[in-house]
Design a protein around this ligand. Structure first.
Ligand code: NOJ
Ligand code: NOJ
Ligand code: CA
Ligand code: CA
Length: 709
């Protein structure tokens, strides 16, 4: 007989073994490289739950009752821990929490035209290496991470290295003058900045990309990431948070920092502790920006999918676009994004009006949630959206959550669909195909191998519709609505890929699914991170890899044996091979030889990266002509003139006829380079011999040359 204590231990062991055996490894909380099977819940920490009143600020900074929404309301990490432990998130079905930037923010209360404002949102940092005491202590943060992990929930931190806090160039007494500290030691203030850690170029007019990067965003003291000390500071800071066990990063204002610096920063993170990272690049409704897609595809991080979010709001919230426009967005974005499944989808957030409109039917919100949870991309739900919170504009869209109702329809929609992201790989990894559409109805199918999820939405809240001629990849049989009729969905039958005519109710959403018991041939769903240097760990998720170690290919290079760190049927961890830098397609071969499809676009770097500013003087151009950079490394496009680095900038840090490009390049390496002038397809190369530069071993560098005619 076992002693009671032993049997309790035994039961715990068995329970954890059972959990390991049941869940596919690609769905584990430990799979930090991928969020493909997760559903994120975004909280403004201060507006969630006050779990410890002792850490609330006093005096003018605090609003008891949270009636003044620009002041602190008391929400903290202990409040999040309490809601984790009482099961709210688990009941809802979410598997990741995105919290406000956790670093120490300023204490000043700023009077902006009569309104007192504080750093309650977390975007006014003063010390990126310290936790913010209004959210808790370091121990509270560690407790948050362990409480979350114990419930299978990942923690994503917001991180905003673009700036410190509001500052005035001429009035040092305004706010805290943007002062930045390194674990308590003052580095610089905006008006006392001997080392030039900040940009001093005025505020951006948002006129163009360059203007938004090198000038202040509003009045926020803008960091110069081309300073080695700043590069080092932010790398040290993010490593400290990674060491605390965070699972992901939401990078603030990525449109406002040099892509080259950010790529070097991501390379550092991915070489250290790879976690899924997604940036915020705001797009307005109907805005299309090639630089946005370029960033999503080449920076090393994903983006918040504003393209998706804005269109869903137009179609389901405002009624200004139709389902045909939704289809057009899904269609276009499927190729604009190299990895559509890695972009983070949402229907509202703290920077836009809440989705729920006062007086509007909750069904629109419920439909938008169902759409987001079954579409390509990683869904993020803004806190309180499951409670139909309303509020237009900042700060009304950031009110304190008031109710934790677990029986309303929106809550139940999330509860029903979130688990499908883990159980049916068609949602995590699948393609998207339109199956039936008109201006009010959209029926689409997600498919990964023979796993299929078919979704029908009728946004017309008063008219049902007869659906005839619907085709599907679902196998023969009958399929019940996975929402159990919650949104008036029906069952369907399928015969030879066709669905007999049926009625889709007014305002209905129905979700039908099929998944096979096993997968005979390997299906590669996702590779991540998609950027890294030799020796980094990359995770491959999918199905049917088999239980015996096979081969992973980067292009034609086979990775086998000890360089495959783990091999399971739905997940492989592999070391990036030491082959020539370049863009590679990754694929898997089972031990038996059967191969998966290719997953294209892995950026295999030349080595550790540094951020380098390349400047050319006296590069006069004709109207329409721009200056680009090219050179002797993959990071410099390997002498390509069709796809060089750039266009370089020519207005702020250096001005025309000088041009500059900030680029992530291999550290401690001698590079050959030249600038080129391009006007559409017409290319003018610099004359003379190549320029040469040896990059620094760490930090940031700069090289200035004269245009060689
Ligand atoms: C975008 C954030 O989401 C927004 O709330 C913030 O004010 C700015 N970036 C500046 O950090
Ligand atoms: C004039 C050049 O013709 C044009 O191509 C270039 O962009 C601007 N100067 C730079 O301001
Ligand atoms: Ca508190
Ligand atoms: Ca900036």
């Amino acid at each position: 007989m076992q002693t009671p204590q032993l049997s309790r231990l035994g039961a715990l062991l068995l329970a954890s073994l059972a959990a390991t055996a049941l869940a596919a490894p690609d769905t584990h909380v430990s799979n930090k490289a991928s969020f493909a099977t997760d559903v994120i819940y975004q909280v403004v920490t201060d507006r969630f739950v006050d779990g410890n009143t002792a850490n609330n600020p006093s005096g003018a900074a605090f609003s008891a009752g949270c009636t003044q929404l620009k002041l602190y309301c008391g929400g903290d990490w202990q409040g999040l821990i309490n809601k984790i432990n009482d099961g709210y998130f688990t009941t809802l079905g979410i598997t990741a929490l995105w919290i406000s930037q956790p670093v120490e923010n300023i204490y000043a209360v700023i009077n902006y035209s009569g309104t007192n404002s504080t750093a309650y949102h977390g975007y006014w940092a003063r010390d990126f290496k310290k936790p913010d005491p209004r959210y808790g202590t370091l121990t509270d943060f560690q407790n948050l991470i362990s409480a979350a992990h114990a419930k299978g929930i990942k923690v994503v931190i917001d991180f905003a290295p673009n700036h410190s806090s509001p500052a005035s160039q001429t009035d040092a007494s305004f706010a805290e003058n943007g002062r930045l500290y390194d674990n308590g030691a003052l580095l610089a203030g905006y008006s006392n900045d001997p080392s030039g850690y900040f940009h001093h170029n005025g505020g951006t007019s948002f006129a163009n990309l360059e203007d938004g990067i090198y000038r202040n965003l509003f009045d926020l003291a803008d960091i110069d990431h081309n300073k080695a000390a700043m590069d080092l500071y932010f790398k040290q800071a993010i490593k400290a948070w990674l060491d605390l066990g965070i699972d992901g990063i939401r990078m603030d204002a990525v449109k406002h920092m040099p892509k080259g610096w950010q790529k070097n920063f991501m390379a550092e993170i991915y070489a250290y502790k790879p976690v899924f990272t997604f940036g915020e690049w705001f797009l307005s409704p109907d805005e299309s920006d090639p630089a946005y897609h370029d960033f999503a595809n080449t920076s090393g991080m994903s983006l918040l999918d504003f393209q998706f979010g804005q269109r869903v709001r137009q179609v389901l919230r405002n009624g200004s676009k139709t389902m045909l426009d939704l289809d057009a967005m899904l269609d276009a974005s499927a190729t604009q994004y190299q990895q559509p499944i890695d972009q983070v989808t949402f229907i509202d957030n703290h920077d836009m009006d809440r989705f729920q409109v006062v007086g509007a039917s909750g069904r629109k919100l419920e439909q938008a949630l169902a759409l987001t949870l079954t579409s390509r991309g990683v869904p993020a739900i803004y806190y309180g959206t499951e409670q139909y919170m309303t509020g237009n504009g900042d700060p009304n869209n950031r009110a304190k959550i008031g109710a934790f109702n677990t029986s309303n329809t929106a809550f139940k929609v999330i509860q029903a669909l979130a688990p499908l992201r883990k159980s049916n790989p068609a949602l995590a990894y699948g393609s998207t195909q339109e199956r039936w559409k008109n201006s009010d109805i959209y029926i689409y199918e997600r498919k990964f191998g023979s796993a299929v999820v078919l979704v029908a939405i009728n946004r017309n809240l008063s008219s049902s519709a007869s659906i005839s001629g619907l085709l599907t990849a679902l196998p023969n049989g009958s399929f019940t609505d996975k929402l159990g009729g919650l949104l008036n969905g029906n069952s369907i039958s399928v015969s030879a890929g066709a669905v007999p005519t049926f009625t889709l109710a007014a305002g209905a959403v129905a979700v039908w699914e099929y998944k096979p018991a096993s997968y005979a041939s390997p299906l590669l769903g996702r590779v991540g991170p998609m950027l890294g240097k030799p020796g980094n760990t990359v995770t491959l998720d999918g199905r049917g890899f088999g239980s015996t170690k096979g081969t992973v290919y980067f292009g034609a290079s086979a990775v086998t044996g000890a360089d495959i760190l783990s091999w399971e049927d739905s997940q492989i961890k592999v070391k990036v091979p030491a082959v020539a830098a370049g863009s590679y397609a990754v694929k898997v071969a089972q031990a038996g030889g059967a191969q998966s499809g290719s997953y294209a676009g892995f950026q295999l770097l030349s080595g550790s990266q540094v951020s380098m500013r390349f400047v050319v003087n006296n590069a006069s151009t004709a109207l329409g002509e721009n200056v680009y950079l090219t050179g002797s490394a993959f990071e410099l496009s390997n002498w390509s003139s069709s796809n060089p680095v750039g266009a370089c900038f020519n207005q702020i840090m250096h001005s025309y006829p000088s041009w500059y490009c900030d680029v992530s390049v291999p550290a401690n390496t001698t590079l050959q380079f030249k600038f080129i002038k391009k006007n559409g397809g017409a290319v003018t190369w610099e004359g003379g011999s190549n320029h040469s530069v040896t990059t620094p071993a760490s930090g940031a560098g700069k090289v200035i040359v004269n245009w060689q005619p």
